[in-house]
Design a binder for this molecule. Sequence first.
Ligand code: ZN
Length: 473
Amino acid sequence: MENKLSFYNTLTRQVERFVPREDGKVAMYTCGPTVYHYAHIGNLRCYIMEDLLEKTLRYIGYDVKRVMNITDVGHLTSDADTGEDKMLSGARREHKTVMEIAKFYTDAFFDDCAKLNIKTPDVVEPATNCIDEFIHMIEVLIQKGYAYESGGNIYFDTSKLDEYYVFSSQSEKELLVGVRDDVGEDTNKRNKSDFVLWFTKSKFDAQELKWESPWGLGYPGWHIECSCISMKHLGEYMDIHCGGVDNIFPHHTNEIAQSEAYTGHKWCRYWFHVHHLNDKSGKMSKSKGEFLTVSLLEKKNYDPLVYRFFCLQSHYRKPLEFSYDVLDNMGAAYDKLIKRINTLDKDGAIDEAAYAEYRKRFEDALCDDLNSAMAITVLYDMLKADISDATKYALAKSFDEVLSLDLTTAKVKKDEDGGVDSELEEYITGKIEERRNAKKEKDFARADAIRNELLEKGIVLEDTREGTKWKKI
Ligand SMILES: [Zn+2]
């Protein structure tokens, strides 16, 4: 097939044409959530844009297999032997077991995804399912001389690699300063950038979940999860690995280090990263201010799809600034868009040439480094164009396979006062007139069809001596 999609590859630091290993097939991996708390909408921005990438690939004809892990064990606040275990602190906070917490927040994560129309990946694998695979990979890394035991833990030896900082043009020294600030001193390490593959000794409180291993009772480090889970389901090669920009270092850097040391060959050629959600003061985080979740947006009367619409209006490689004012504007624009599409007469002939032209424009926008804002502009242009309603409706339905904004299925919101907007009123009046003419011409089938068409949209007609009246159900 024609390879027309381009996007920014963090590995080569440029927008590149995407060419998968196997024609027409894409093996894709996404770092999943750590399930100790509700997902922040900032993290969900990342999943929305990854969903857009997956759906774009499918839309232009690729067969995609997408895998995601669920981090339900360990994952310290930093990747070293310090900090707090997120799962354990979550469990303590809520007086539940670690596995109860994991189950609860995994479900909550997928509920949020469903509300945002984010497709569930083809394979979702919790880390606790794969302990044997982690142990096996670590054993191989030790055999190959890439890992060592020190102070009871198993570490990856980054000095054994020709290139460790694969993503960065920064000097190693600059990054090492970052590592030092982040995790403090771990005297067991041979090199500052080494990271833990398996813990048996930890400086902080006991981990609730532990497994037998050749190195004693313990639990895996975070990075090993993604290498093992991706290889379990996608094999030793993959086409696209996704994540948030936060994951570039150290998480993805370490994933590459251990995966390529393990297999002895290049692992993944395309790395897709989504930027932060910010507020005026900078990166939004749970540590300051309001913890923004999908449920909180709903409580404040925002449709979660308005948040998706908001994300799609911005490029994945740019930080996106969140404010309720902007979300209000997006909400109004979204409602208007839904109303506009709702008034289209979906019955009638489709203009194939116009359909093909707008579909191509839509694909071109997405294929140009996933320009979702431009794709939405194509949608608006199409709705304004001089083409039949049926063609517009069919295109909106087609675009929605990627945009996933419920363009043709969302309920039109009633205005505050329970009235309807003038556009809808004009449409209904037109339909009543059309029905009157049909009756005059004794085309009762057509008249009934119009009545039913309006009924589908929640409009009931009532014939009176003064003419036909209508009301909303
Ligand atoms: Zn990962």
